[in-house]
Each structure stands twice: as C-alpha cells, then as structure tokens.
Design a protein around this ligand. Structure first.
Ligand code: AMP
Length: 299
C-alpha cells in the first residue's frame, strides 16, 4: 500500500533526533567517483540519507538531524575551512592541494589513488630527478611543486592532463592514478608515487561537537567494512597452529564443541587477509569455515 507520507514517517513517529542539537551540515561531492560511496557511507551508518535527485543541491537525512550539501569535490576543503559546512567528505589530495586549514577526522577507505609523475613510454627520463628543468602539466600545481623535489616548469591545466605529453604541451605529468589504465591507454609510464590519497572526513581547524560526534559513527562503519568475522571448527590439537595463522587477532574466542577434542574458533580478521589465510587454515585442520560481514565495529 502506498504510504500517505511518500515513504517518510510523520515527524512525531520518527526516531529520536539526538545527539546533535543543531542540524549538522556535511558537504559531499555532487558528482564524480566519490559521490556514490559518500552517500553509501551515510546510508550504512544508519543516517538514512534521502535519495537525492540527480539535480539536487542538498538533501536531509531521515534518522538524524544532518543536512547533506552536494558541492564540487574541489570546493569542499574551502567550504569546510570557512565554516560554510561543519564537515565534508572529499579526497585527501584535494585537501592538501587547496592547503585548507582543516582537521582530518577520518580516512574513509574508498577513493584510494596515488598522485604520480609520469612520462611518455619513449621518454629518456628514468627517475623523478630527471624531470629537472622540464615542463610538467598538472591540475595539482601546489602538490607537484612541494613533492617533486626538483625545479620544473609547471604547466597548470584544468583537465585531460594525460594527453598533454602526446600533444607536445609538456614532457611529463603529475596526476592521480588508481588502476594505471589511463596511463597505459595514453602511452605513459610512471616515474614514481608522490602521494597516497583516499577519501577523508574533514572538519574545520577546531571541529565542533557535532562533527566530532559523527566521526566514531562513521569510523565504526569504515572499520567494519575492512573486517570479517571468521568462525571455524578444529581439533584442539591444531589450535596453536590455527591461532598463529589468524591475522590481526590477539586472542581468538575458543569454545569447546559437543564432540570431544573439537573446538570452535571465532575471530575478527582483516578482510584483505582472507584470500591468503583461508587455504592455510584448511591445511592446518580447520573445517566448517564461515566468514561473515561485520556491520559495525567499535573498538
Ligand atoms: P572525480 O570527482 O571523480 O574527478 O574525483 C575526485 C576525487 O576522486 C579525487 O580528488 C581523488 O581523491 C579521487 N580519485 C580516486 N581515484 C582517482 C583517479 N583515478 N583519478 C582521479 N581521481 C581519483
């Protein structure tokens, strides 16, 4: 049956709106590769972001007094610095490039990329030092100057940096790389990484209470996403070997099973280790291995 409130609860039956006294304003990228993961994070944190229409500039959250503003990713560091919003989600690279006076509250585990220097595959340059005196195209002039460590002629471009060497506009580029496909497609070769970046939650130089309250809520989701709950059965005699294999777990929970000599082992493991660890656990005698996602993780 269609809801009389278009899917929204009437105000009086909505969940309690504590803990924020004032609505918290958070800026997230209006488009690009960080937009959907940012909305997904607010969703998984239980804030209930209203699904924004394509052209929306702002939207509220159903379960918390949080107003989400959609702005250009590159503008977010300044909006946060100037107090236009309480906090924002954007790339760490953009925060550093804009030299905004902000506080990084949390690394968010998505939007991972590196800022790299690259040249045409046929270039004679082998190292970043070989770029001394050459022309380098970038949309990151501040970071390029600070991180290259050699004097170069910077060519400030506003986009499509990777075509600049082929067009003869520059000898090299400094640009963001994630898979490396764009470099390869444009006949470029990396000379090295200048910076590791990912999406971050940032607040002003002196974060207000609301931004500080949001941080552990988001952290519990970020940490949970990077973790799996591992359960397995094993003979007691294999326990020591199995405990040594379980990564990131200081003390797994060990529960005796009804079958004599058998135990169940439960542990939190980093998601990134699962691929390597499962076969080793089987070889060590583990059986009935279950791996389940974790929804929230509060240390
Ligand atoms: P976009 O709005 O899609 O151009 O990307 C904005 C942010 O996404 C950048 O500032 C980076 O923090 C992040 N990002 C992750 N991977 C890449 C990539 N391969 N190229 C550009 N940006 C990336």
């Amino acid at each position: 049956m269609a809801s009389a409130w278009g899917g929204r609860l009437p105000v009086r039956s909505r969940p309690a709106q504590a803990p924020f006294a004032q609505p918290l304003k958070i800026a997230i990228p209006a488009k690009g590769r960080l937009r959907e993961p940012a909305v997904g994070l607010l969703e998984d944190a239980g804030l209930g972001p209203e699904q924004p229409g394509e052209r929306a500039l702002a939207f509220p959250c159903r379960n918390a007094p949080v107003e989400v503003l959609l702005v250009r990713a590159a503008d977010i560091p300044e909006y946060v610095q100037d107090g236009v919003v309480d906090c924002g989600i954007t790339g760490a690279d953009l925060v550093l490039e804009h030299d905004a006076r902000t506080t990084e509250l949390l690394r968010l585990g998505f939007g991972a990329c590196t800022l790299e220097a690259a040249v045409l595959v046929e270039s004679d340059a082998e190292t970043i030092a070989d770029l001394a005196g050459r022309r380098v195209a970038t949309v990151y002039p501040r970071l390029a100057r600070a991180l290259l460590g050699v004097d170069v002629e910077l060519i400030d471009v506003s986009g499509s940096v990777e075509v600049a060497p082929r067009l003869g506009l520059a000898d090299a580029i400094v640009d963001l790389v994630s898979s490396g496909n764009t470099l390869r497609m444009n006949g470029l070769r990396s000379l090295g990484v200048l910076l590791d970046s990912e999406a971050v939650l940032v607040a002003g130089a002196e974060p207000d209470a609301a931004a500080l309250q949001l941080t552990p809520i988001l952290r519990s989701v970020v940490d949970a996403r990077a973790t799996r709950y591992l359960m397995l059965n094993a003979p007691e005699s294999a326990l020591e070997r199995i405990a040594a294999l379980v990564p990131g777990s200081r003390a797994p929970t060990v529960v005796p099973l009804a079958e004599p000599g058998m135990v169940a082992v439960h542990a939190l493991v980093p998601a990134s280790d699962v691929w390597h660890v499962l076969p080793s656990l089987e070889r060590a005698g583990a059986s009935s291995i279950l791996l389940v996602p974790v929804e929230r993780l509060l240390a």
